[in-house]
Design a protein around this ligand. Structure first.
Ligand SMILES: NC(=O)c1ccc[n+]([C@@H]2O[C@H](COP(=O)([O-])OP(=O)(O)OC[C@H]3O[C@@H](n4cnc5c(N)ncnc54)[C@H](O)[C@@H]3O)[C@@H](O)[C@H]2O)c1
Length: 238
């Protein structure tokens, strides 16, 4: 049986991933530090909800224990939880930088550590880390966010080298601008300018990212190891 944990599943891309995987028959635990949002998604998909902050070790251990107690061993982990914040580099506060790294990079590290030993013992598992194209090209007023996302891409590649021969596939997804509350929180000027320069001419929808994640989760992606796939409207071409 496929058992997936999706972090930050209470909104946007994470919610769409949870919906897609549940539709494919996965048992899904929807995590979010906004507990009510996680619960609403869990009800919608017939899954399990778990409040908790991915940057907190105790919360992460409780989340994995809850999934395993209800569903059995976790076979798929989607590290998706995240937030964005804009600020000129010279004005960034240390706390803003630390929080960005904590949620994205430390969160990915903690959640992955919490499931990886079990996956290795069973000789199978899939981990998908949601990065961002800004981790590939950088973004003005987004140094901390870009650094955190580049860190996730590096973590993905290094871990994939370390564990793929033991049956655990680790990959990343680096979306372009996707129509979610996160992007809608960025300045209107940024959104207008960004939409105008996209080859596809539009932002993506969360379901279009979920389709990429579902592919990486599936046996059809058996040769994908340490890759960073880019559902990004053509904004970044590698
Ligand atoms: N929307 C985009 O354009 C875009 C582009 C590239 C990458 N991403 C990445 O995709 C992921 C999802 O973003 P989204 O656009 O769906 O945003 P969103 O704001 O719609 O959803 C993010 C969810 O994560 C939750 N969350 C935040 N911090 C958390 C924490 N510490 N612990 C647990 N849950 C937490 C929030 O409560 C929220 O429900 C993020 O990692 C984001 O950086 C988004």
């Amino acid at each position: 049986m496929n058992v997936a944990i999706v972090t930050g599943a209470g909104s946007g891309i994470g919610r769409a991933i949870a919906v897609q995987l549940a539709a494919e028959g996965y048992k899904v635990l929807a995590n979010d530090f906004r507990t009510e949002a996680a619960e609403a998604v869990a009800v919608e998909i017939g899954g399990l909800a778990c409040g908790g902050d991915v940057s907190n070790e105790v919360d992460v251990a409780a989340m994995v224990a809850k999934a395993e107690a209800s569903f059995g061993p976790v076979t798929h982990l989607i590290n998706n939880a995240g937030h964005v914040h804009q600020g000129r580099f010279t004005e960034l506060k240390v706390e803003e930088f630390d929080r960005m790294i904590a949620v994205h990079l430390r969160g990915t590290f903690l959640c992955t550590q919490a499931v990886l030993k079990g996956m290795l013992a069973r000789g199978q598992g899939v981990i998908v880390n949601i990065a961002s194209q800004l981790g590939q090209i950088g973004g003005i007023e987004l140094v901390h966010y870009s650094a955190a996302k580049a860190g996730i891409i590096g973590l993905t590649k290094a871990l994939a080298r370390e564990v793929s021969a033991q049956g655990v596939r680790v990959n990343a997804v680096a979306p372009g601008p996707i129509n979610t509350p996160l992007v809608r929180s960025l300045s209107a000027d940024w959104q207008r300018a960004k939409a105008a320069e996209l080859p596809l001419g539009r932002f993506g929808e969360p379901e279009e990212v979920a389709a990429t994640v579902a592919f990486l989760c599936s046996p059809a992606a058996s040769l994908f190891v340490g890759q960073t796939l880019g559902p990004n409207s053509g904004d970044v071409m590698l």
